[in-house]
Design a protein around this ligand. Structure first.
Ligand SMILES: Cc1ncc(COP(=O)(O)O)c(C=O)c1O
Length: 396
């Protein structure tokens, strides 16, 4: 192989845009500058104590040191199914309609790998969480991106696509509360998507990573609440945000048994399941930590309020989201021509605040930056003051 020749799959994966900002942040911190990092959506809170206690109890047991089950231990799948019944009134069979995954990312990437073949079209809104686009590209599918200024417009474009395209999408990949745009939907939206997909023989994957991060009394619906959804859809749930367990790597794929079966088959070749003490501790999360989830969500709501009011005071009005752990901010008019990457660099350099450039979420993310609510109230207030000074000092 020629040394300059790129590997077949790697050449389809551009370098991570966020790496540029991460590097700047690391350099600034190395020179003792206090950067407020609202870049990556990496939860900063502690995992609830009962979960950690259970991990400590289960870890010394040699029985838990062996290979576990790729699809997850039965008790964990049963506990997840009970939570779906409790929270959404959805009935699932823990044996055939639920599988444990190594986080939502594993579920997404391997499900796409399992069911998407060369040229299969997968429709998703753009901007989006990068694996929604690149998981399709890695599986050699065709990532069909539709703009989502709001969920209703996305639905209209989807309908238009069905009416005009000769290539019917094989899959619709959606996620609400949405990263990065923070759009949220109610059950009638899911009813329409399911009806449309069912009519055209399309599968649906709903990434529900922010299921529990909802504000002001809003409760995000599960797509599985829609009657008949299980015939064509799966939902991906994650413990990362709901229980501050991002590093533990536990998620689920739930719903349609054919899709679950395909994912189970692929995973049986690839992994031996999550470390068993982590699975045992996850049972405690799902069974006993509902109140912690509410507290985590309330904390993000307070941070959202601090950020939104601070930015408004700084002369940078943004929409206040109903869910997710982000604020999606249109770049102030006078800086828009710079593009999101250069604007994010400028914010880092002049205000010492790290944000994610919208372009990192796909071409339709340009014109925005994303703030992640992952520093405390005090630090967020400090960030908005610093942004206010930056905007006031450098009018363009
Ligand atoms: C939409 C979305 N899906 C999935 C994930 C990853 O979840 P997990 O930690 O379970 O892999 C994220 C993380 O930021 C996300 O924003």
């Amino acid at each position: 192989m020629h040394p300059n020749q790129e590997f077949y799959r790697i050449q389809k994966l551009p370098p991570y845009v966020f790496a540029v900002i991460n590097e700047m942040r690391a350099k600034a911190r190395a020179s003792q500058q206090d950067v407020i990092d609202l870049g990556m959506g990496n939860p900063d809170g502690a995992t609830p104590k009962p979960i950690i206690d259970k991990l400590i109890e289960a870890a010394p047991n040699p029985r838990n040191h062996r290979y576990s089950l790729s699809k997850g231990i039965p008790k964990l799948r049963e506990e997840m199914v009970k939570r779906y019944k409790r929270n959404y009134g959805v009935d699932l069979d823990p044996e055939t309609e639920a599988i444990v995954t190594i986080g939502a990312k594993d579920a997404l990437a391997h499900l796409l790998f399992a069911v998407i073949g060369p040229g299969d079209a997968v429709v998703s809104p753009n901007p989006a969480y990068p694996i929604h686009q690149y998981g399709v590209i890695m599986a050699e599918g065709h990532a069909c991106m539709l703009p989502m200024p709001d969920p209703a417009t996305f639905l209209n474009s989807l309908e238009h696509l069905y009416n005009t395209s000769t290539r019917k999408p094989k899959m619709i990949l959606i996620s609400f509360p949405h990263n990065p745009t923070t759009h949220c939907v109610d059950l009638p939206f899911f009813r329409e998507v399911v009806a449309l997909a069912a009519r055209h023989g399309t599968m649906i994957v709903h990434d529900f990573a922010y299921a529990d991060i909802c504000f002001d009394g809003y409760k995000a619906p599960s797509i599985l609440e829609v009657e008949g959804a299980k015939d064509i859809a799966v939902e991906i749930f994650s413990l990362s945000k709901s229980y501050n367990m991002a590093g533990w790597r536990v998620g689920f794929c739930l719903g349609n048994r054919k899709l679950i079966g395909a994912l189970a088959r692929i995973k049986s070749y690839l992994d031996y399941g999550v470390f068993q003490p982590i699975q045992i501790a996850s049972i405690i999360a799902l069974r006993e930590c509902e109140e912690d989830t509410k507290k985590i969500s309330a904390m993000y709501q307070r941070r959202r309020d601090t950020l939104v009011s601070g930015l408004t005071r700084a002369g940078w009005p943004v929409e206040s989201p109903r869910g997710s752990m982000f604020v999606w901010a249109p770049i102030p008019e006078q800086y828009r021509a710079l593009g999101s990457l250069d604007f994010a660099k400028l914010l880092m350099e002049k205000a010492l605040v790290a944000v994610s450039p919208g372009i990192g979420f796909g071409p339709l993310g340009e014109g925005h930056v994303r703030f992640a609510l992952v520093e405390n109230d005090h630090r967020i207030r400090q960030a908005t003051k610093s942004i206010q000074q930056f905007l006031a000092a450098s009018p363009r």
